[in-house]
Every structure is written in C-alpha cells, then in structure tokens.
Design a protein around this ligand. Sequence first.
Ligand SMILES: N[C@@H](CCC(=O)N[C@@H](CS)C(=O)NCC(=O)O)C(=O)O
Length: 218
Amino acid sequence: MSSNQSSPTLYVTQGSGNSFKPMLVASQLNKPCNVRYVDVLAGDSRKPAFLSINPLGQLPYLVLPDGVGLGESNAIAWYLAEGSHLIPESALARAQAIRWMNYEQTMLEANISPVRFFTHIVPDLQSEHEDMIPVWRERGNQGLKVLDNYLESNDFVTDHGYSIADIAVYGYTHLANEGGFELDDFKHVSAWISRIQQQDGYTPIEKLLTGEHLKAAA
Ligand SMILES: N[C@@H](CCC(=O)N[C@@H](CS)C(=O)NCC(=O)O)C(=O)O
C-alpha cells in the first residue's frame, strides 16, 4: 500500500473490524493510500484534531486529495474497490451486496462489535454493560444463524462471487470468537471464512491493523 500526495488518506484505528474492511480492500487491490492511525483507546477520536477531520469522531474515515471526506466503513470499502473485480456487476448481485452490507451493520457489527469490545478489548468496562451483553449476544447469534443458512447454498454473499460485500460481512464476523461467539456452531459461516482467507492477496487483521504497525505508518 504505497502512497503519495495524490492518494487518499485513510484514517483507521487498531483492532477494528470496521477499519479492517477498507484496509483489506486497499491491500488486496494494491491501492495507494496514506494510512493514518487514530488511537481510539487513548480517546484521540474525540479530540479536536480528529473531530476537525470527521465531526462524528468515528473510524474509518477517508479524505480524498481534494479534501472531500467519506465516512462509513462499507462506503469507503466500496469507493476504494470501484472499477475492480470486487464490485458486483449484475443488478441482482449489486442489490444483494446492499442487502448484506446493511445486514452487516444492523445485525452483525451492531451486536458482535460491542460484545467483543467490552469483553475482549476493554474488559474493565464489562461490568458497566452486563445488562446489554446477553442481548447483544442473542441478537448476534440470530444474525449469524441467518448468514449460516444463506451460506449453506451460496459460496459468497452475492451471486457475483467473492466481492466487496463479503469483505464487509467478514469484518466483524471473523472476529466473533473474540466476543465469545461460537463460530464452530456455524459451519457454513466457518467454511466461508476459510474461502475468504484463501483469496489472492488476503492479509489478516493482525498484519494490517496492529497498533504498533499503524503507529509506524502514522
Ligand atoms: N458505522 C460505522 C461505525 C464506525 C465506528 O463505530 N467506529 C468505531 C471503531 S470500530 C470508532 O471509531 N469508535 C471511536 C469513537 O466513536 O470515538 C462504520 O461502519 O464505519
């Protein structure tokens, strides 16, 4: 992922399934990007320096060379993948991509991410969320079950084959074990995770998004 002044700047944070999505796209497609690291755990996403770039204070965030900003991991991943084999072509496959990218944000990321965050990333905060953790866990399991049923008869989430929508859904799904979800119970999801990891140029989150690696790039 080389970079220069005519490349977009991608702001990311450590260990995040959302930040991993555009990083994987950029890495897999060899897209030049200036990667900048914002340390969420140190509170830097809510400090004036980053709020002046993204007033929502969220990562990932993309800034184009002309200064236009783009938020939302799935939108950024789509933008970076435009024109590549990762973008579905048929009307049905494009609609399936929107379906699964919305599903990822509402049923998977929305439930898997907070459980993983409060039990695995910052377990000191777990006790403040004891009431919600079982709710997120149950909803996340429902989300994984629907995905598992779909993948029983589909190799990827759209009819296009491996696409941007698989990367979006994969972002948090493949990290669900870290939140105490039992991915072994979802054997079609597990097989799909393996298929994604076998794609050309796949790079794991540990290589793309460790704090130390990102600090070096910042
Ligand atoms: N829907 C957004 C969610 C982004 C989000 O929640 N990012 C988290 C990291 S995974 C974040 O920036 N948290 C820090 C904060 O909100 O200050 C996306 O998909 O990009």
